[in-house]
Write a protein that binds this ligand. Sequence first.
Ligand code: ITT
Length: 188
Amino acid sequence: MLQYVTTNPGKLREAKSYLGDETIDTYDYDYPEIQAPTLEPIAAAGARDAYREVGEPVVVDDAGLFIDAFDGFPGPYSSFVETTMGVDRVWELAEPLSDRSAAFRCVLAYCDGEAVDDPVDDGDLPVQCFTGVVDGEIVAPRGDGGFGYDPIFEHDGATFAERTAAEKNELSHRGRALAAFAEWYQQR
Ligand code: ITT
């Protein structure tokens, strides 16, 4: 069984909606997050740490909101910013901007201790990463679904909080990363 290692129930709901209950189990482990300007090394380090903890094939999911006018902030610091400032204040900061374009990014990092086709870096355990990106715009909060920054991220006329998990997966950064991962994992 594949262990989706996260403390975030919203991520897990979307991963289960895409991959199915029979493919993944959840392992609630708060792996230490390294600091880096991009998501990939954070996810890869997390996957190595999680694999050591769990001892079974793991997927770690690192994601963030990148606001263009803020040079990508909060990006890899999205979790800290959500906890400290909160999503409504991110909207308040973005509101005066003439260009509120942004992107959500998600990196899934897989580790089972064995060699992979395309290892992400030269860490001590092989890790393969799958990235999904979606463009959108920061808007005033709308919708009760989703989690995190979903109420202030609009794509194609609706915020992610106005969509079901399945609808969000069809468009989202996580859905795109899950699609790339699922195709590769089937071969494996
Ligand atoms: P784990 O590390 O345990 O998986 P986390 O919530 O700390 O959970 P991240 O570091 O990847 O995960 O999260 C970065 C932040 O971005 C965090 O505040 C999330 O709520 C938010 N986030 C991640 N994916 C999101 C999504 O699909 N929609 C909205 N917000 C999201």
